[in-house]
Design a binder for this molecule. Structure first.
Ligand code: PLP
Length: 220
């Protein structure tokens, strides 16, 4: 029991090539510090304001991942420190990240979010939109971002077959897109899998899992 134990228990089950993002949204800094003291250095948040506040208060060797939907006008608040943005799903957002990264003299790593779920409400690009973004001249001009992988969220369902099908779909798109290597695009990471489905996600090729409630407990 406890955050440190949950964390170590989960870590012991992850293959070496899989990175654990501890999803700490809504949780107090004291909870994050418990995970930090147990060795965790990568934290995922879904609100920029909340992530910036925690970044200010916590040790500076933490890598902060933005896993939520990003509003263009808020990119500037995380550009100085964010280490990976998971949910990029438009050229316009990418352009703003590039601009703010330049202001901070940084190159910001990003994942493109792919729509794999059945639900209409989940954000993300389809395969065609992905291809057109990556082949656009606007994209090739961007020097302060790097696309390092893809991210996806499966449908919220108990149907394992459906979740598996959606994860494998993302893996297929990843394998195809991986061929395409440019200055600002080298795909290495597949971010898929949360508390309820990360083992299945790893079976389907995930290299980065985003786990919240199984580490920190349920959220209100
Ligand atoms: C909240 C969240 C998670 C973690 O969910 P849990 O079920 O608590 O593990 C993972 N990914 C995203 C994008 C999230 O918003």
């Amino acid at each position: 029991m406890g955050i440190a134990n949950n964390l170590l228990q989960i870590k012991s089950t992850l293959p070496e090539h899989v990175t654990l993002v501890a999803v700490s949204k809504t949780k107090p800094v004291s909870d994050l510090m418990e995970a930090y003291e147990a060795g965790q250095r990568i934290f995922g948040e879904n609100k920029i304001q909340e992530m910036a506040e925690k970044w200010e208060q916590m040790p500076k060797d933490i890598q902060w991942h933005m896993i939520g939907h990003v509003q263009t006008n808020k990119v500037k608040f995380m550009a100085p420190f964010v280490s990976l943005i998971h949910g990029v799903d438009s050229l316009k957002l990418l352009q703003e990240i590039n601009k703010q990264a330049q202001k901070s003299s940084r190159i910001i790593d990003c994942l493109l979010q792919i729509h794999i779920a059945e639900e209409e409400t989940k954000f993300g690009l389809d395969e065609e939109e992905l291809a057109s973004l990556l082949s656009s001249s606007e994209f090739h001009k961007m020097k302060n971002i790097r696309i390092v992988g893809l991210m996806g969220m499966a449908t919220f369902t108990d149907n394992k077959d459906q979740i598996k099908k959606e994860f494998l779909h993302l893996k297929t798109i990843f394998d195809k897109t991986k061929e395409l290597k440019t200055e600002n695009c080298q795909l290495e990471t597949i971010s898929m899998g949360m508390s309820g489905d990360y083992q299945l996600a790893i079976e389907c090729g995930s290299t980065m899992v985003r786990i919240g409630s199984s580490i920190f407990g349920g959220r209100n």
